[in-house]
Design a protein around this ligand. Structure first.
Ligand SMILES: [Zn+2]
Length: 226
């Protein structure tokens, strides 16, 4: 059970920070991830956590960069969109294709880790976390075929395995089910409304109006563990 500050990323009392590799996660999720990482290493992969726990303030920075046009909005294939002429609702819907609403990010829970295979990266390569890296022939495709077979053994699943009207597919986003399946129940509309109302998030008035839809389409609408 996460409290209202933990589940919305406004506290980090539920996560442990690790130095090498550098990541922060719920202790149970971290143990499982390190075991998965060990098994991956035995198979020749360096399962590297690119993004793990993320707090509310960081998610607001990501959101505001996208809302203000300082960061690109991508389509489902990872190509930047032409945002000229987008009204606020369109902008918000397209941010939500790839990024969670602050307060409603699964990364707040400490159960989610975005991964790459550091062994597959050429020197100086910066992981993009875009479809081109994970599709057949992509840099991280071999890691993902290995994960297809093994992540379930360690309690992980892919909540964004395929597009079903909410988030675009993010195969690199792994979720530790024993923590995340409980955390999702700790988040409700009233809490999200309260947190959003107090936020410095751009487009806040429209977000508040769209909140019930966002909760259903983008937060609860995940691919369940098989
Ligand atoms: Zn992620």
């Amino acid at each position: 059970m996460l409290d209202e500050f933990e589940v919305t990323g406004r506290a980090r009392t539920h996560v442990t920070q690790f130095a090498s590799p550098r990541f922060a996660a719920h202790p149970q999720a971290a143990d499982a991830f390190l075991a998965l990482r060990k098994a991956a290493a035995d198979a020749g992969f360096d399962l590297h956590p690119v993004s793990s726990f993320r707090g509310y303030a960081m998610q607001v920075r990501i959101w505001n960069r996208k809302f203000s046009g300082r960061a690109p909005l991508y389509d489902i294939d990872g190509r930047p969109r032409d945002v000229r002429g987008f009204d606020d609702d369109t902008r918000i819907r397209h941010i939500l294709d790839w990024s969670a609403l602050p307060g409603a990010s699964r990364h707040h829970w400490g159960s989610e880790i975005d991964v790459v295979d550091a062994n597959a990266m050429p020197p100086g390569y910066l992981a993009k976390l875009l479809p081109e890296e994970v599709r057949d022939g992509g840099l991280f495709a071999p890691l993902h075929r290995w994960l297809d077979a093994h992540l379930g053994e360690y309690g992980f699943f892919r909540p964004y395995a395929r597009y079903q009207g909410g988030m675009f597919p993010e195969p690199w986003h792994l979720s530790y089910a024993p923590v995340s399946l409980r955390a999702i129940d700790d988040l409700d509309l009233a809490l999200l409304r309260r947190v959003t109302a107090e936020s410095t998030l751009l487009g806040k008035e429209r977000v508040l109006a769209l909140l019930p839809e966002i909760l259903e389409r983008h937060v609860r609408n995940i691919v369940s563990p098989s």
